[in-house]
Design a protein around this ligand. Sequence first.
Ligand code: SF4
Ligand code: SF4
Length: 178
Amino acid sequence: MSSGLEAVKALAAGFATTFKHLFRKPITEEYPEYRRQLPERARARIILTRDPDGGERCVACYLCSAVCPVSCISMQSAEREDGRRHASWFRINFARCIYCGFCEEACPTSAIQLTSMFETCERKILSLVYEKEDLLVDHGGKDKEYNFYKYTGVATQEGGKGEHIKEAKPVNVKSNLP
Ligand code: SF4
Ligand code: SF4
């Protein structure tokens, strides 16, 4: 008997909730006319950013590619005459990307970043393969001031080894005996 009463009570509570909503003004967000502001850390379309000098940040280290759980990043590394590494081509297959953000976490130069831009749907699956020219932007994204080549331990036009910001002088690794 008591279980019967409980069932009726549960039913009544359910119907009361439904009834309450019958008289509420519906809240409809008319997308795409209305676009909700997404949180800054929302993870959607990926970009490749530049340092404050306008140089490409990506040094083609392959870390993003290695960490990507679905293997959707590929590239080819190259080196300029001044010692800067870069990707001669860089490709992301967004048809496979799960927007986990691991690539951004792994990137040592703040080059690869996820943005909140999510409107990238396509009917043709091959259109979801983005090349470097589709990914490279002309700004620093979330990390505008960072300049990897001012800190890095390679000899560049910015200076020799050990001459960059906060950089220790190189050690002779053969002298590091236990
Ligand atoms: S967000 Fe995740 S799945 Fe997408 S490219 Fe980066 S690591 Fe790969
Ligand atoms: S985007 Fe970052 S992690 Fe990926 S290859 Fe370039 S520098 Fe390395």
